[in-house]
Design a protein around this ligand. Structure first.
Ligand SMILES: [Zn+2]
Ligand SMILES: [Zn+2]
Length: 335
C-alpha cells in the first residue's frame, strides 16, 4: 500500500487560468502550480494601480475557483514573475518589485492559492547582507499592504546563479528572522537548486545531513512546498538547469528519499521539468509516474553518475549531454 503524496506540476495557463486546473486533472495530478500572469513582463507600470482588478477579471477568478472546487486538487500555488527583485539596491526596481509582488499575493489570494513561490532576489551590487535586509523590508511593506491575506509568501531555495540570494540556507533563515510577520512566510525547497548550490542529497546519509542542516538554520516546519526537478548541471555548479526526474545528475535516489520522508507527507510537490512528449506521452505524465513509483520503495537506487567533488569538465559535459536527451534510455536506467 503506497502512502500518498500531493504531487503536481507547473502547468500552462494558455487559454485561461482554469485551463491549468483542467490539465492537472487530465494528467491525474494532485496539485498544480501556475503563473497568474506572464512571468516575463510587468503587468502595469507604476505603483498605484489596483493590481487585482488590472490583471484578473471576476470571471477569470470564478472560472478558476469553480474548476478547482470540482478538481480534487490540493494546495495549489503560484510562482511569481522572474522580473521581481525584492533585494535590489536600485530604488526604482525595488519599488516596482514591491508593487508587483503585492499584486502576485492579491491575485493568488483571489484564486485561493496556498502560496506564491518567489526567488528572494539578486544582490547585484554584491552586498549580500544589505540584499537580505532589502528583501525583509520589502516583504514587511507587502505584508502590511495585504493585511489579512492568507496566501503565503514562499521563499525558494535557489541555485545561486550570479548574485542571486537564497542558495545558502542561511539566507532564508536570515529573511525569516528579519521579517515582522514570519507567519506570512514559508519556504519552497527545489531539489535541483539545492544540489546545484552544493547541498548533497544523493544518499540517505547525505539527505539526512542536509535536512538536519536545514532544520538548524531555517526549520523543517517552514517547508510548505517542494519543487521536484533533476539537475542537468553537476553538484555545486550553481547553475540552474532542470532535467527530467532520474535523467539528470541527481538520479532517482534523492526523490525516493524525499517521497518516503514521513515529515513531508503533507507538503505539496511540484514538477518544473522540461515539457514535451515522448512516444506520444507527455513528459509530465512520465515524470509523475516515475515519482509515484518511488513511493513505498525501500531499496536505495544507485546514482547515475559519480558526483564526488566537481567532475572533470569532460565528464560533466557528457553527463549533461546524456541528461539532455530524454529519449536516451541508458540514462534512465540507473539501477
Ligand atoms: Zn523551482
Ligand atoms: Zn530552477
Amino acid at each position: 500500500m503506497a502512502r500518498s503524496r500531493t504531487i503536481g506540476a507547473h502547468l500552462s495557463i494558455a487559454g485561461g487560468l482554469y485551463k491549468a486546473v483542467e490539465s492537472a486533472v487530465a494528467l491525474s495530478m494532485d496539485t498544480v502550480q501556475v503563473f497568474t500572469h506572464s512571468p516575463q513582463s510587468w503587468s502595469v507600470t507604476g505603483a498605484d494601480h489596483d493590481w487585482l482588478a488590472k490583471t484578473l477579471s471576476p470571471s477569470e477568478i470564478s472560472d478558476f475557483r469553480t474548476a478547482l472546487e470540482g478538481s480534487g486538487l490540493a494546495q495549489p500555488v503560484a510562482h511569481d514573475s522572474y522580473l521581481i527583485n525584492l533585494a535590489s539596491h536600485d530604488d526604482r526596481l525595488w519599488e516596482k518589485s514591491i508593487a508587483a509582488f503585492t499584486g502576485e499575493l492579491l491575485r493568488a489570494e483571489a484564486l485561493g492559492l496556498l502560496g506564491v513561490v518567489m526567488h528572494p532576489g539578486a544582490a547585484t551590487n554584491g552586498d549580500v547582507e544589505a540584499g537580505l535586509d532589502r528583501v525583509a523590508q520589502a516583504l514587511d511593506r507587502i505584508h502590511r499592504a495585504t493585511a489579512g491575506v492568507a496566501t503565503l509568501t514562499l521563499l525558494e531555495t535557489t541555485a545561486g546563479q550570479g548574485s542571486c540570494l537564497g542558495h545558502r540556507f542561511e539566507h532564508l533563515g536570515a529573511i525569516l528572522k528579519r521579517v515582522a510577520t514570519p507567519g506570512r512566510v514559508g519556504v519552497c525547497v527545489d531539489t535541483c537548486h539545492i544540489f546545484a548550490a552544493g547541498y548533497a542529497i544523493g544518499s540517505a546519509a547525505e539527505f539526512q545531513a542536509t535536512l538536519a542542516e536545514f532544520d538548524q538554520v531555517v526549520g523543517l516546519d517552514q517547508i510548505r512546498a517542494f519543487h521536484l526537478n533533476d539537475s542537468l548541471k553537476p553538484f555545486g555548479s550553481r547553475v540552474d538547469r532542470h532535467a527530467a526526474i532520474g535523467r539528470g545528475c541527481l538520479g532517482l535516489e534523492p526523490f525516493r528519499l524525499l517521497l518516503n520522508e514521513p515529515r513531508f507527507a503533507r507538503v505539496p510537490m511540484f514538477l518544473e521539468t522540461p515539457k514535451g512528449d515522448e512516444n506520444g506521452e507527455e513528459l509530465d505524465a512520465i515524470n509523475l509516474r516515475t515519482l509515484r513509483g518511488l513511493i513505498g520503495q525501500t531499496e536505495p537506487i544507485a546514482p547515475a553518475f559519480q558526483l564526488e567533488a566537481a567532475p572533470a569538465k569532460k565528464t560533466a559535459k557528457k553527463a549533461a549531454r546524456n541528461a539532455a536527451q530524454p529519449a536516451a534510455r541508458k540514462t534512465k536506467k540507473t539501477t
